[in-house]
Design a binder for this molecule. Structure first.
Ligand code: DGL
Length: 269
């Protein structure tokens, strides 16, 4: 079975791209719920039910699903894990690897929370992720004394899904301005939405060169490589498919434009 990467739409492709580069021999199936994107303006109940439905469909092709979507990770991951997944299946999120990188912890380091190098952190994420406070909760298990200022970046995902990068970048600048009014000098910025690496240069330019920007793609790819080293049976065989609930031709065009490599999606059946 191959490994599955799930997102509400195109954002998870940033994770998919890093994973396929880091693990070129791994079969990876991508699933974008483009027909229902964006998730970030939906209620937590809605995000949970859409994510659950998509992941249940993904079990037909894969044993391990990575929710390459912070909004789904925040609203659905814990609930899905607690309700139990089918025998032999696993579902993982993208928050924890990011927080481990921010707090310079090794995988699975369960020692008590401690002081870390950064104390002023800006979090940029969707309205639903910000409202969930999941990032702050996971961070509190690992670090003390970190001040997190969260900025809900309304509109950015819609603009990216529509391929309107000029609007997406203008919105990024205005969200960074809003954040800086609340926290003038963040030391680090977390891009807590997998769509945002597609406008990472705009975030870095607006934040300035002194702010370290943490983006999930390489962090999650490394953490997945680590996970699969310890569970090689989860990385065996399987087909590599690109699935969407949206219009495959439109999604293929956008995906090819974003990643600058030819990608062909098929409709989920
Ligand atoms: N890319 C997703 C995330 O990481 C969410 C986008 C959305 O559908 O709002 O949060």
């Amino acid at each position: 079975m191959s490994v599955g990467i799930f997102d509400s739409g195109l954002g998870g492709l940033t994770i998919w791209n890093a994973v396929t580069k880091r693990l070129p021999n791994l079969s990876v199936t991508y699933f974008g719920d483009n027909a229902n994107a964006p998730y970030g303006v939906r209620t937590s109940e809605d995000v949970h039910s859409l994510t659950k439905k998509a992941v249940e469909r993904m079990w037909e092709d894969v044993d391990l699903v990575v929710l390459a979507c912070n909004t789904a990770s925040a609203a659905a991951l814990r609930r899905m894990q607690e309700a139990g997944v089918p025998e032999g299946k696993r579902v993982l999120g993208v928050f924890v690897p990011m927080i481990e990188a921010l707090t310079e912890r090794d995988w699975g380091d369960n020692s008590p929370p401690r002081e870390v190098a950064v104390s002023q952190v800006a979090l940029f994420a969707t309205p639903a992720t910000v409202a969930s406070r999941a990032f702050q909760r996971e961070l509190a298990f690992r670090a003390v004394g970190v001040d997190v200022e969260a900025q809900a970046c309304g509109g950015v995902v819609d603009a990216i899904e529509d391929g309107d990068m000029i609007l997406a970048e203008a919105l990024v600048r205005s969200h960074v301005d809003a954040l800086k009014r609340k926290m003038p000098h963040p030391q680090a910025a977390v891009l807590g939405c997998t769509h945002y690496p597609l406008v990472q240069d705009a975030f870095q330019a607006a934040l300035g060169p002194d702010v370290k920007v943490f983006s999930q793609a390489d962090i999650v790819a490394e953490s997945l490589a680590n996970y699969l080293d310890r569970r090689p049976q989860m990385a065996q065989g399987g087909a590599a498919r690109m699935l969407t609930t949206g219009d495959p031709a439109r999604v293929s065009d956008r995906a090819t434009q974003f990643l600058r490599r030819p990608l062909t999606f098929e409709a989920v059946t």
